[in-house]
Design a protein around this ligand. Sequence first.
Ligand SMILES: *Cc1c(COP(=O)(O)O)cnc(C)c1O
Ligand SMILES: [Zn+2]
Length: 400
Amino acid sequence: MHKIKCFECGSEITDPFLDACPKCGGILTIETDLDAVANLKPKDLREKPLNVWRYAPFLPVKCNVSLLEGGTPLYDCRALSKQLGVKEVYVKYEGANPTGSFKDRGMTVGVSKAIELGCQTVGCASTGNTSASLAAYAAKGGLNCVVLLPSGKVAAGKLAQAMFYGAKVVMVNGNFDDALNVVKSLADERVLYLLNSINPYRPEGQKTLAFEIVDQLNFEVPDRIIIPVGNAANIWAVYKALSEWKALGWIDKMPKLTGIQAEGAAPVAKAFKEGSSDFQPELNPETIATAIRIGNPASGRKALKAIYDTKGYSTTVTDAEILDAQKLLGRKEGVGVEPASAASIAGLVKLRNEGVIDSDERVVCVCTGNVLKDPDTVIKSCGNILNAEPNVTDVKRVIA
Ligand SMILES: *Cc1c(COP(=O)(O)O)cnc(C)c1O
Ligand SMILES: [Zn+2]
């Protein structure tokens, strides 16, 4: 049996509706029952199609709701690797998920759990993608859905998705961290089942992102995985996944987990710079990469453990570096990602220039969300549209 445990004090939690430890307030995590999979072999999994549920033996629920999430491409980015002078660069393209971000991996598991628990209403606070994903999975699962968004700070594509799938969309006059506090209280009052990533089932689904990377590389572990960090559950999920496979002897080393934050929302990167395992919240987080515009990352301490335990790294990138990296990936590799996702590419560029990343490394950048999520930023940052009269001569003139 899988167990719910406090990440901080190790207490076992029996009430599945809690989202924090009743003893110490710590964040929760699932202890995977590795004895139950001790006789399993990678080839047993590989008989199943490549998607989240290939890895069902490592997930703590049975599949009640799925949109066939996961199974996303791992692109071998030769042009990028040549330009940056890094032996191998891969992009794990999470924009190819059903709602266009990796959040779908956590939601298929989280909403399956909600159904198992008999919940009728699910909810979350979100910078956008969590709400888009939850709204879709709630629709598929026949549940009501309430999403709280920071007013005026949600990218158009994400807002459109949450509305489209029929969620009750509530704009709150505050930032993500404020919205999360409200939705936590609603969950305490049992108005809704909380499906933010403090719900320990969400990162369980997100583990499959790392399982797939290793699987797609034929069990040759990359030297480094670079991940954009916002609320910090995803880097933890990647760490947890690979720790489980290492414990089973399926892989023999851990990649250096490298967390990238935007300069204006960087509590984890700042803590890393100081060598600390705890972080100071940023009260006024600001960045163009709205999906990582988070000042008080709920899983920040988990992220720091993931980084230190793997001899990884963390740093910040500026908004300008993010936008440059976004365009670089689009124009060199034909891969379209939203700004937060491009933070991993911007981090690769910066850490290669600083010599932190060696030229002989095999690096995987996780690109978390689709370019269509935030069309306004793209149109602003790419903005030169040519105008012509409707005749051949004039079009030839303007394209010359
Ligand atoms: C949620 C999200 C992130 C941040 O992930 P965390 O688990 O909060 O660190 C990064 N990029 C995109 C596109 C996201 O949707
Ligand atoms: Zn505790």
